[in-house]
Design a protein around this ligand. Structure first.
Ligand code: SF4
Length: 258
């Protein structure tokens, strides 16, 4: 826990990030200052950022809360004029929960809208993590939640882990009534089966905090990163979905939003 630290010590907290995008347009409302954290527990076959996977000492770029806040302040007029804010994406942001508490505390002092883009892959209701998460969630205006596959067996094949705790993360956010945007990557023959989409729609329907559902068409923009890392890209033979298929899937999932 970091709550016992004095203000000046909090600002010195450090973590490891992959990169920053100063004026993003797709990760939340308005213009976003997007921080991509380093480290992820999943191994999604379609991941376009496999260079964010590695976690631990020496991985990524070390930054402090104060250095990020200094940079964010430079973009503040643009972020605020567009009703935007700060989004922390990944990798998996929740691997950095204590750092995020301090970062968002500083953001809130300046009235900045805060969002987390998470797969929920490290979610657990165990004491230490949930206590920190409870604090972080109070400082978070929006969660962009990636629900990749409702069928657990297919989820394991696609991401390397079960979706059980990820769905529990969605329930937790519902209990906290944190607004969420659900995101679903549409991959031909892998996440576009009607039964799976309807199953996902049924699950979304059980939540009352979903403000939006976004179907994101699978793309191949990250394949070069797999090659650069010497990794075998598993979806070599998979094409991108048609616009009609994306609209069809979006319609199914839109019906679930109350
Ligand atoms: S959760 Fe995101 S960063 Fe992690 S492997 Fe999946 S797509 Fe990549």
């Amino acid at each position: 826990m970091v709550s016992f630290l004095k203000g000046s010590e909090m600002m010195k907290l450090k973590t490891h990030i992959h990169s920053v995008e100063s004026c993003g347009t797709v990760d939340g409302p308005g213009l976003r200052y997007v921080i991509f954290t380093q480290g992820c527990l999943l191994r999604c076959q379609f991941c376009h950022n496999p260079d964010t996977w590695a976690f631990g000492k020496g991985e990524g770029m070390e930054v402090s809360v104060s250095s990020l806040m200094k940079d964010i302040k430079d973009y503040l007029p643009f972020l605020q004029a567009s009703n935007g804010g700060v989004t922390v994406s990944g990798g998996e942001p929740l691997l950095h929960v204590d750092f995020l508490i301090e970062l968002f505390t500083e953001c809130k002092k300046l009235g900045i809208h805060t969002a987390i883009d998470s797969s929920g892959g490290c979610f657990t209701r165990k004491d230490r993590f949930i206590q920190s998460l409870d604090t972080l969630i109070e400082l978070t205006d929006l969660v962009l939640l990636d629900l990749k596959q409702i069928n657990d067996q297919k989820h394991r094949a696609l991401t390397s882990i079960s979706n059980k705790h990820i769905l529990d993360f969605a329930r937790y956010l519902n209990e906290k009534q944190v607004p969420i945007w659900v995101r679903h990557v549409l991959i031909p023959d892998i996440t576009d089966q009607e039964a799976d989409l309807r199953g996902l729609a049924d699950f979304i329907h059980t939540l009352s905090n979903v403000r939006k559902v976004e179907v994101l068409p699978y793309h191949r923009l990250g394949v070069y990163k797999w090659e650069a890392l010497g990794l075998d890209y598993p979806l070599k033979d998979v094409s991108t979905p048609t616009d009609d298929k994306v609209k069809w899937a979006q319609n199914i999932l839109n019906e679930a939003v109350v």
